[in-house]
Design a protein around this ligand. Structure first.
Ligand code: PLP
Length: 380
């Protein structure tokens, strides 16, 4: 591709950090994991951060821990957005819980909890995904969760470093997850973490992450299993990369905002509609996406193909949306229609947005988008 969607922003410092761990005997467990957890805790102002090997694992661990601790029970319903990544709903379903899909706001593309019929659904938890790095309106979400006595899980896989009214996302809910996969705001290849203020949740998540194994009282060296757990640790080698990247997080997020700002200033607003931000939200644009303004059927897909033909790698999110996936067609997963989600999923296109997008690439992308519509859908 002439213009790739992503180049991982690894630096000499990241390479040095992982090399340093390679020279120790701490490839699996070790100091970098502890330091990363401390850094995440401090940055978010939450008492507990537990790393694991992916954002998906972080979600799995939270649901399983809530079941073990008796905060949730099998068959309980959990409100999730349909316009998001598959792992959000799959983690709920895999835990024996029932995902119920909500629509999104047309401007911010984040979850609209009022779109769920609460008399039909009777949920026990809600997942607020800060979509593409744009924070949800956390005043509204926290009020909703409080009013309906719901556990609030923030999915910050796409939003590490974003703030709402000067407070870091990930510090509002009962628990939150982070992801460090290659496309995210920091990466360790793959990786993730659970954030929470609850020592009980943190304790169970920590145990489950390491097979549920506990020492046996008065029997030095003996180990027993408290809960049938998993092997989901973040390797120390990967933690060293994440920690090194974390030192540059704010700088890299600033650069992402700059790239997004360039697109916003240089892409014709009559043709494309930008993702709105709730008042008080500072986004971090893990993804920069824009919405094709024209309602002409199939236009976004033609644009996507035309960009590919011109050597520009764009992405389509999230089409089809989750509630239309074969495994969620059962009516139990929906209380109402999701018209905003369905319309948006046909019209969004994501553009290269990472901290080091070259000047030339940004100009090529903006000009391709603007000229595509000169002949109402001609090749750029
Ligand atoms: C909103 C959301 N939740 C969860 C995940 C899962 O994270 P991971 O890829 O680290 O498993 C992702 C991303 O990939 C995501 O975008």
């Amino acid at each position: 591709m002439r213009v790739p969607f992503l180049r991982c922003p690894f630096t000499r410092a990241d390479i040095d950090a992982v090399s340093a761990v390679m020279r120790t005997a701490e490839a699996s467990k070790g100091r970098a994991v502890e330091d990363l957890e401390t850094a995440l805790r401090r940055y978010h102002g939450v008492p507990h951060a537990i790393t694991c090997n992916s954002g998906t694992s972080a979600l799995d661990l939270i649901w399983r821990a809530y079941l073990i601790n008796g905060d949730l029970h099998r068959g309980d319903k959990v409100i999730v957005p349909s316009f998001t990544f598959a792992a959000v709903a799959a983690s709920v379903a895999n835990a024996g819980l029932v995902p119920v899909f909500a629509d999104i706001y047309p401007g911010t593309w984040t979850i609209d909890p009022a779109s769920v019929d609460m008399t039909v659904c009777k949920p026990k938890a809600i997942v607020a995904v800060h979509t593409f790095g744009v924070p949800c309106d956390m005043d509204a979400i926290c009020d909703f969760a409080r009013q309906h006595h719901l556990l609030l899980i923030e999915d910050c896989a796409e939003s590490l470093g974003a703030t709402f009214k000067s407070k870091k996302v990930g510090s509002f809910g009962d628990a939150a997850i982070l992801s460090f996969n290659a496309t995210k705001n920091i990466t360790s290849g793959e990786g993730g973490a659970v954030l929470t203020a609850s020592w009980k949740l943190a304790d169970t998540v920590g145990l489950l992450r390491e097979h549920g194994i506990v020492p046996v009282a008065d029997k030095p060296g003996y180990r027993s299993t408290a809960y049938a757990g998993y092997g989901l640790r973040l390797p120390n080698l990967n933690a060293a990369i994440a920690l090194s990247q974390f030192a540059r997080l704010d700088e890299m997020n600033h650069a992402r905002r700059w790239v997004a700002g360039f697109y916003r200033d240089n892409i014709n607003p009559d043709l494309y509609i930008d993702q709105a931000r709730p008042a008080g939200a500072v986004p971090v644009y893990q993804i920069y996406a824009t919405r094709v303004a024209s309602a002409r059927a199939g236009l976004r897909d033609k644009l996507f193909a035309a960009l590919k033909g011109a050597g520009i790698e764009a992405k389509i999110y999230f089409a089809p949306p989750l509630h239309l996936h074969p495994c969620y067609l059962d009516p139990v997963h929906r209380t109402r229609a999701l018209p905003v989600t369905e319309r948006l999923a046909e019209r969004i296109i994501a553009l290269p947005c990472y901290p080091t997008v070259p000047d030339a690439d940004r100009h090529i992308v903006a000009s391709a988008l603007n000229t595509y519509f000169v002949g109402e859908g001609e090749d750029p």
